[in-house]
Design a protein around this ligand. Structure first.
Ligand SMILES: [Zn+2]
Ligand SMILES: [Zn+2]
Length: 110
């Protein structure tokens, strides 16, 4: 099977809510089923273990790119203020479930 038809097949599966790897019903909002998600995560994990230098380089590149584009260096969302390096969510720790919404509402509604 060529790479092109493989890609098309994945797109078709994704659109019909099927696992892009094996064609079984996908899990929740993911594009893979549970079994393939597990395998995929394992693969990613192994890769990051075997290539720590590449992951570090990618993280560094992402950071540089985000600073250049004026986005949050932590998550890539738009910046809260032009001078800063973080978005409102990162600044207010809105990513942390226990703080979620509290600071955000305080700032945006004042
Ligand atoms: Zn699958
Ligand atoms: Zn952020």
């Amino acid at each position: 099977m060529s790479a092109v038809t493989d890609k098309l097949r994945r797109i078709r599966y994704k659109q019909s809510g099927l696992c892009i790897d094996c064609g079984k019903p996908s899990f929740g909002r993911f594009v893979r089923c549970v079994a393939c998600l597990y395998k995929y995560n394992l693969r990613q994990y192994r890769y990051s273990k075997n290539h720590p230098d590449r992951i570090a380089l990618k993280t560094k590149n992402d950071r540089v790119k985000r600073i250049e584009e004026g986005r949050c260096v932590r998550c890539g969302r738009p910046l809260w203020d032009v001078e800063g390096r973080y978005c409102i969510a990162c600044l207010t720790m809105n990513h942390q479930p226990k703080f979620k919404g509290i600071f955000y509402e305080t700032i945006t509604t004042s």
